[in-house]
Design a protein around this ligand. Structure first.
Ligand code: MN
Length: 233
């Protein structure tokens, strides 16, 4: 029997949910740039306090915690960025900050993996960041904890260790753009919807990864995230 499609379409990317046997299907992945002052500084930038900015990753970049990934092709400066991730379950279009949390289903730990050398080259030439940010296995994520279990966003610790040595260590209270502000702002440009993830930016301490590295990250109240870097393909 002839199929509807030329070839079988892939299953949607998905993320486990804490306390729920169902999976969270991933639609789009939005990422916030420079959302911690100390990280902006280490990257050689002033914080732009006029408006947040974004880039995206394909949903196919989603990577479950516990994985071992090959060191990616095309880079000699592969970086970790530990992040607080929002998982939306409601529509939000031109939503007010006061109403924005109604669109949040839950939260997770994420790693925005980055080819830093290609990002710098793109910045230098005024080119897009896709090669640096939107590649295979570049969006690692822990299981999602529902918002009502996590409670209010406050000064929860966010941290990442590589081979047991702490490299990133900050607090969610150090976010420049708050979660409701981000959702409200992004909803001026997109019809946000269930399945959309927002990686909210990384604190200071980003750094280089090499084959054999073992990453372990956490945020108070969320499932931890772990990742191992294998040999280059
Ligand atoms: Mn990032």
């Amino acid at each position: 029997m002839a199929g509807k499609y030329l070839f079988a379409p892939p299953e949607p990317a998905s993320v486990p949910i804490v306390g729920d046997a169902r999976l969270y299907p991933v639609g789009r992945i939005f990422c916030v740039g420079r959302n911690y002052a100390e990280h902006a500084k280490e990257m050689g930038h002033e914080v732009d306090r006029e408006a947040p900015f974004y880039f995206t990753k394909p949903s196919s970049a989603i990577l479950a915690t516990g994985a071992t990934i090959p060191y990616p092709p095309g880079t000699e400066n592969f970086h970790h960025e530990m992040e607080f991730v929002l998982a939306l379950d409601g529509p939000a279009f031109r939503i007010a900050e006061a109403d924005a949390m109604s669109a949040v289903f839950g939260y997770a730990c994420g790693l925005d993996l980055t080819r830093r050398d290609l990002q710098q080259a793109a910045k230098d030439k005024g080119r897009p960041w896709d090669l640096a940010k939107a590649f295979e296995h570049s969006a690692a994520i822990s299981p999602i904890t529902p918002a009502n279990v996590f409670g209010a966003i406050g000064d929860q610790r966010i941290h990442l260790a590589v081979n047991g040595e702490t490299r990133q260590d900050s607090r969610l209270s150090d976010l420049i753009w708050s979660v409701p502000t981000l959702i409200s702002h992004l909803s001026r440009y997109y019809h946000l919807q269930a399945g959309d993830l927002i990686y909210t930016g990384t604190p200071a301490g980003v750094g280089k990864l090499v084959a054999g590295d073992r990453l372990e990250g956490g945020i108070d109240g969320l499932e931890p995230i772990a990742l191992t870097i294998g040999a280059a393909e």
